[in-house]
Write a protein that binds this ligand. Sequence first.
Ligand SMILES: [Mn+2]
Length: 344
Amino acid sequence: MNASGLSSPVVARSNLQPLFADVDWQPVINAIAAADKILLTTHCNPDGDGIGSQQAMYDALIAMGKNVVMHNFDGVPRIYSFLKHAEQVTMGAWQSGSQDADLIIALDCGAKGRLGMADAFYDGTQLVNIDHHVSNKYFADINIVDARYCATGAMVFDLLIAMDIALTRCSASAIYAAVLTDTASFRLSNATSAVYRMAADLIDAGAEPWPITIHIYESQPLAGLKILKATLDTLQLRDENRSAWIHVTSDMYQSTGADVEDSEGLIDYARSIDGVEVAVFIRCDENHDNCWKVSFRGKTTADVGALAATLGGGGHKHAAGCLMRGGFDDVRTTVEKAVSQILG
Ligand SMILES: [Mn+2]
């Protein structure tokens, strides 16, 4: 996709309908108007919604002539680096005083800790929280939290309309990427008719569905397929075939040349099996020995968020996780017991 150099509005603003006309964006609009320098950020281990929302906001704010910077603790995943302003994102831990923004806008982030910055980082800086997670902690000075939205990117769509900022090919593509990923390619129940209408507006503004899909879903490195193969070899079913288990050890990362990003989404294969209610993915923590990241996915009735909470983690009903320490066999046994209990 060639998104560069095309910033002229394609869709007349007056033609755009917000998804939800009752959201009061005025506090955010006022904060943006008053700010000299704005920092846009999203959660650790960012997904397409976090990155897409950030990219679209950046595009809109620089069009307004604002001084804007972007910083994510974990930067931008490779598959979203095609978005026009991705290279502007800085990454890593920032210490107190290392940013001089007077307004921070956190996008798609349910809790302050998930931004990955020390608390001192925010000293004296106004914080805005724009998010669609039902579990949002309302951690900011201004909180626009609305779980009716399928994606934070869809909230940015409505904010741009409220600010009377036209969509560009760049912002439309970024919002499309956000919505594409958070609706599982417009397949989840959050993909309402209004979301499809918004997608049509985005396409009219220059978002190209297939090139964007190629970047996000059809550009896997070979190592990604190798880790998929190795991981599927670990597949086991338990609990009368209602739980599916896969894992990745550090040896498997080394022998395939894959990294953590390559193993994102592998758990979906485990969940996809007919009759499986809970999928479990255990992978080594790349930074710590004897430390394991355990991900859970539920399909229908099982509440894996509650399950993860019993193991010291958390999340949503159908997607959750926890961090566990110890040898693989011990961790696995502990998790097996917890899963068997909720599948009772
Ligand atoms: Mn999201």
